[in-house]
Design a protein around this ligand. Structure first.
Ligand code: XMP
Length: 512
């Protein structure tokens, strides 16, 4: 088994992968394993430190998740985060109780600078709290090393045994110096070195794909988005002509998208896509369906049916490659730990029993911005890499309620106008994602001297770094005004445009 400097135990927090990602940014390789990983398997990785992540449960609840207690006897530095802190405190004889008020949001962390974990960080730094339980009696051998207004034990440590624990989440974006704290743990306390980078990740993935695939063929589901393009490029490097790249026109694509994707693959990667027109199949299955989760499931299943049918036309295909990202995985199901489902992302959740493909998902442990770096590392051109994310279920989840051809036409027209305005003002590159949603809410308007009673388009433009959190983009009013005016003037069937000013959380980026 490969050496892993930091092993992260997953107790189900939505943020666990962010810990790994922050450490990777510092060049420290780490792996996330289920909380129940056996001590022998942890030891085989020869770690220099262990991190216990957060989780939604209470350590005192029946059936709560506990790690193999032998981890505490390995003599390795340990960092507990939130639930991980409560586990440590409980294990060493302290107590954990429900907090009077659940604490969510920003807090100011105070500490004394002589605790090494805080090296080069600021007393009073903003950290992100998200917990319902708190440490009550401190475990023996531990002392308080940091506090906030509402958390007297915001950080505790047994520095002799090099065990540290934070009540807050250093891994989330809102913990302003959180990356430094994780870096201090890995490099200063555990003495890990910075040896990991995207180049080594690419090489490793190519080797893994070669081994996994052998002399068989891989059907690669290509959408034209960054993720599947990077997967295709990785496969191209790894297995060359054993790659069968299939693009499905599901009828839920944007304006002229099919033609653009075909041309992009030909010119930039030298790859001829096999395009399957399955639009009628998708649209007929979606007829009459209004529930967002049902729509997602139908679209996901139909993709698989189409791929299966296509695969039967070629000899030797045993694998299906997809550009599933960690964000898709964590919000659908927990791969390694016990976290909660937010949405069923279409390319996650396993394959139906009748299907015999094995999955190749080389990106399922990394985030979008890391995928972009990987794409550049593989030599993909910038315009391919900087395309905004587009979800697998496409416009199907951007039309509220039932999806039909007329609404798709209307939405495409509105969406391309919005995108033209963003491109021409330079805001496309400045934002994470921009799209239009057809709300299927009718309202009264007046055009010329006539009353209208038409649909509403909602423009959603967000800023984000990984899609896990997002804020609505502060687009200048003149640009929004132009978008609105052009959509209402140029698109029949829309008489009102609204701008979505919600952030994630509590909203999500897509509407369904
Ligand atoms: P949400 O709506 O969950 O979206 O905040 C987070 C990011 O994921 C994209 N997204 C998807 N991508 N398949 C995908 O490949 C999906 O089913 C899917 N659903 C959402 C979304 O566009 C945003 O960038």
């Amino acid at each position: 088994m490969k050496e892993v400097p930091i092993v992260v135990l997953d107790f189900g927090s939505q943020y666990t992968q962010l810990i790994a990602r922050k450490l990777r940014e510092e060049g420290v390789y780490c792996e996330i394993v289920p909380y129940s990983e056996k001590i022998e398997d942890i030891k085989k990785r020869n770690p220099k430190g262990i991190i216990l992540g957060g989780g939604p449960a209470s350590v005192y609840a029946e059936g709560s998740y506990h790690p193999d207690s032998e981890i505490y006897n390995l003599g390795l530095p340990i960092l507990g985060i939130c639930y991980g802190m409560q586990l440590i405190n409980q294990y060493f004889g302290g107590s954990v109780i429900p907090a009077d008020h659940q604490e969510y949001g920003k807090a100011k962390l105070s500490f004394q600078s002589d605790h090494g974990i805080f090296k080069d960080t600021t007393c009073g730094q903003i950290v992100w709290m998200s917990h319902g339980d708190k440490v009550d009696k401190l475990a023996e051998g531990f002392c308080k090393i940091g506090f906030s207004e509402n958390s007297p034990y915001a950080a505790i440590a047994d520095e002799d045994r090099k065990i540290y624990a934070f009540q807050f989440h250093p891994e989330v974006y809102h913990s302003v110096e959180g990356t430094k704290l994780l870096k201090n743990f890995a490099k200063y306390i555990c003495k890990c070195e910075s040896t990991w980078n995207m180049g080594s990740f690419a090489k490793e993935k190519i080797e893994i794909i070669k081994k996994q695939v052998g002399d068989k063929k891989v059907l690669c589901a290509v959408s034209g988005g960054v993720d599947s393009s990077v997967v295709a490029a990785l496969l191209n490097e790894a297995i060359g002509d054993k790659l069968v790249p299939v693009f499905v026109d599901n009828g839920l694509l944007r304006y002229k998208e099919r033609e653009q994707v075909e041309a992009m693959f030909k010119s930039k990667l030298g790859v001829d896509l096999i395009t399957v027109d399955a639009s009628e199949q998708f649209l007929s299955k979606l007829k009459g369906v209004t529930d967002p989760e049902k729509k997602r499931k139908i679209i996901g299943e139909t993709f698989i049916e189409v791929f299966d049918k296509e695969a039967k036309k070629h000899d030797g295909i045993e694998f299906l490659a997809q550009g599933t990202l960690y964000t898709d995985v964590i919000e659908s199901v927990s791969v390694k730990g016990p976290s909660k489902t937010i949405k069923s992302h279409h390319n996650v959740g396993g394959l139906p029993d009748w299907m015999t493909f094995e999955l190749v998902e080389p990106l399922n442990e990394i985030f979008k911005d890391e995928v972009r770096k990987l794409g550049l590392e593989l030599g993909l051109p910038k315009d391919m890499i900087s395309r905004h994310p587009f979800p697998g279920p496409g416009l199907g989840i951007r039309i509220m309620g039932e999806v039909n051809k007329e609404d798709l036409k209307v939405l495409r027209k509105a969406d391309v106008i919005m995108l033209e305005e963003l491109h021409s003002t330079g805001y496309y590159e400045k934002t994470w994602q921009a799209f239009t949603v057809l709300l299927n809410v009718k309202s009264v308007g007046v055009m010329g001297d006539n009353r209208t009673y038409d649909n509403t388009a909602c423009v959603r433009i967000v800023e984000a770094t990984d899609g896990m959190t997002a804020t609505f983009a502060h687009i200048p009013h003149e640009i929004l005004e132009n978008i609105s005016r052009r959509i209402i003037n140029e698109v029949d069937g829309i008489n009102r445009v609204v701008y979505d000013i919600s952030s994630k959380p509590p909203a999500t980026i897509e509407w369904e």
